[in-house]
Design a protein. Structure first.
Length: 216
């Protein structure tokens, strides 16, 4: 009995040892898919780049009012007449038509700084009247100049309004000598300014027409 029991125990030990060895030396466990094929992190997304503003600075004064009722009012007056704007070399010469921006003079006011960026200046004047005239100035302006200029206008009697695309300031007064209305309107949008100055002439919807000419 002892001998058989010893053999039986030894065989049992061998069998158990063999089973344990089979468990430890079997086929390797397949790695989970996440370990075999690492998941790529999503690429960081950037906010969409806004489309650049679509505008064109006109280069011809006559084309600004070519198809509007204004051709029968101030549009019939001489345009950029040298008798009004002067000639190159004159002391009071005012460059008109399609022009290049110029540096603002030393000590320039906010208005002078903005107008130094003018790229199109159009001046109409009734030759039969002392004061009746209208001028349009358009150009690209640095917001560092236009913003403080617009902020200064309410203190000068302008009424200003702002919508999602533009800020507009307007002032209407009466000339004490001729008792006629004098108006000034300034619009700034997308870094572009339009300034209209007029005396003794009615121009309903003119600014809307000019905006359509610039932002087509």
């Amino acid at each position: 009995m002892k001998t058989l029991l010893g053999i039986s125990i030894s065989l049992l030990a061998v069998v158990l040892t063999g089973c344990a060895g089979a468990q430890s030396t079997g086929q390797p466990t397949t790695a989970p898919p996440s370990a075999a094929y690492p998941t790529m992190s999503p690429e960081p997304t950037s906010p969409p780049t806004p489309e650049p503003a679509a505008y064109t600075i006109p280069t011809d004064c006559a084309s600004l009012i070519a198809s509007t009722p204004f051709t029968s009012t101030f549009g019939s007056w001489p345009l950029n007449d040298p008798a009004v704007v002067g000639s190159p070399g004159d002391q009071y010469y005012t460059p008109s038509g399609s022009i290049s921006p110029t540096p603002a003079p030393s000590g320039a006011t906010l208005l002078q700084s903005m107008l130094s960026a003018t790229e199109l200046r159009c001046v109409w004047r009734d030759p039969q009247a002392d004061i009746t005239n209208l001028s349009v100035e358009i150009g690209e302006v640095d917001p560092a100049i236009s913003a403080p200029y617009l902020q200064s206008l309410p203190a000068d009697g302008f009424s200003c309004t702002q919508d999602s695309s533009a800020e507009t300031c307007e002032k209407v007064t009466t000339d004490t000598k001729y008792s006629v209305e004098i108006g000034e309107t300034v619009l700034v949008r997308d870094g572009v300014f339009i300034r209209v100055s007029q005396a003794n002439v009615s121009t309903p919807d003119l600014m809307d027409t000019l905006v359509s000419d610039v932002w087509k």
